[in-house]
Design a protein around this ligand. Structure first.
Ligand SMILES: Nc1ncnc2c1ncn2[C@@H]1O[C@H](COP(=O)(O)OP(=O)(O)OP(=O)(O)O)[C@@H](O)[C@H]1O
Length: 372
């Protein structure tokens, strides 16, 4: 156990003495990022609240190196662990700078007078999450995303060893999401900060986390590095997805396929077919796609949205059997759309398919594609 900076042993969490999740074993090293994922209501916030001592454990312990967190005084705990939960604070008449300065209270005396070091820490924290320009604004007048960034600055100003965050990116726009996660990553590398958070954005969780804890049901479902969690089919099972698909490889979601006899055959590849597959799905038109190599960018999306995909083995030239299948599919469809503009030596069979469709008057080009 010595290797782990933060760990829990047989932690059981719940409310009013009733266990929600039992025997949770978390083991992370200093500077690692742990992300909790799982469906709504699974218990991610409950675990975070239990870790920070806001909820009493029903069993087990939470350990930060040799110290049992639950035995620390509030002030001692605040020096080692800072927290941003989803419950919003409502400080009346406080500027953002004053809210961020609240993060320094574990270090100030009884009167809460900030030293030069405290003031610098506040300023640095505000710069870190790019909120300097909000310093003088009243906190309660900010947008949800701005408030979230100020609360993050407050947590950072606390200069903790461990940062605990419940859905920290939920109100942030895409730019601030990326900026915030980059800041977290940088702080783990440069300052050895350890992060424990919950995220709903699985693509981000997969990219940033050293460890993932999957919460579902009475016990933790899976704990480990993302590569052991984001395996084909697992996320669908974890979240009970019955409509549409989630691609573990790209972190991408797709709406359900339109089923029925394919009306359009899309000759695509290298990502060029994706916008057309999505538009056909939106317009409720069943379609087939091909000839795609198994490892083509288009293939997972085509498989999620189309009725049929004519595929070739990865890294193999297109075989005549596959061409025959594609021609039969074209014969069955009313129209053909080709999204490829260049055909290399390997792709010459797709060029022949394009000509095959053209000869039969099935090829839709330019504006005609969406007039049919
Ligand atoms: N104070 C409480 N008393 C009793 N039960 C609670 C309390 N707070 C939450 N719960 C219940 O505990 C379960 C887990 O809730 P929790 O908020 O931990 O889930 P979550 O995974 O964070 O969900 P979400 O993704 O929707 O934020 C839910 O069934 C919820 O109703």
């Amino acid at each position: 156990m010595q290797n782990y900076f933060f760990y829990t042993k047989n932690m059981t969490v719940g409310y009013d003495g009733v266990p929600l999740i039992r025997d949770i074993q978390i083991e992370i090293k200093r500077g690692e990022i742990l992300t909790l994922i799982g469906p709504n209501g699974a218990g991610k916030s409950t675990i975070l609240k239990s870790i920070i001592g806001q909820l009493s454990l029903l069993n087990g312990k939470v350990q930060l190196e040799e110290v049992c967190i639950n035995r620390l005084s509030e002030k001692e705990r605040a020096k080692r662990l800072s927290v941003v939960l989803t419950e919003r604070i409502h400080p009346e008449m406080m500027t953002c700078e004053e809210v961020v300065a609240m993060g320094r209270y574990p270090y100030t005396g009884r009167l809460g007078i900030l030293s030069e070091t405290d003031k610098k820490a506040v300023q640095r924290a505000m710069e870190t999450v790019r909120t300097e320009e909000l310093a003088e604004k009243e906190f309660l007048t900010l947008s949800d995303g701005q408030k979230q960034r100020i609360l993050l600055a407050k947590a950072i100003a606390q200069d903790p060893d461990v940062l605990v965050l419940d859905e920290p990116t939920s109100f942030l726009d895409v730019r601030y999401k990326l900026e915030f996660l980059s800041v977290l990553q940088e702080m783990t590398k440069k300052k050895n900060l350890t992060v424990i958070m919950s995220l709903h954005e699985l693509d981000l969780a997969e990219r940033i986390s050293d460890k993932i804890l999957c919460v579902k049901g009475e016990y933790v479902d899976r704990f480990g590095p993302p590569e052991n969690v984001f395996l084909p089919g697992y996320i669908k099972e974890l979240y009970g997805i019955t409509t549409g698909t989630f691609d573990e490889c790209s972190g991408r979601v797709e709406l359900p396929a339109v089923h029925g006899i394919p009306r359009v055959f899309v000759i695509g590849g290298n990502g060029s077919g994706i916008p057309i597959y999505r538009r056909l799905q939106r317009e409720g038109i069943p379609f087939s796609a091909g000839i795609l190599w198994e490892n083509d960018k288009d293939t997972p999306v085509a498989e999620a949205l189309s009725e049929r995909v004519i595929k070739e083995q990865a890294y193999c030239p297109i075989r005549q059997d596959t061409v025959v299948c594609a021609k039969e599919e074209i014969d069955r469809c009313r129209h053909v759309i080709c999204t490829l503009t260049d055909f290399g030596e390997w792709n010459k069979e797709n060029k022949k398919l394009l000509l095959y469709a053209k000869d039969r008057g099935k090829l839709l080009e330019g504006e005609r594609i969406w007039q049919k």
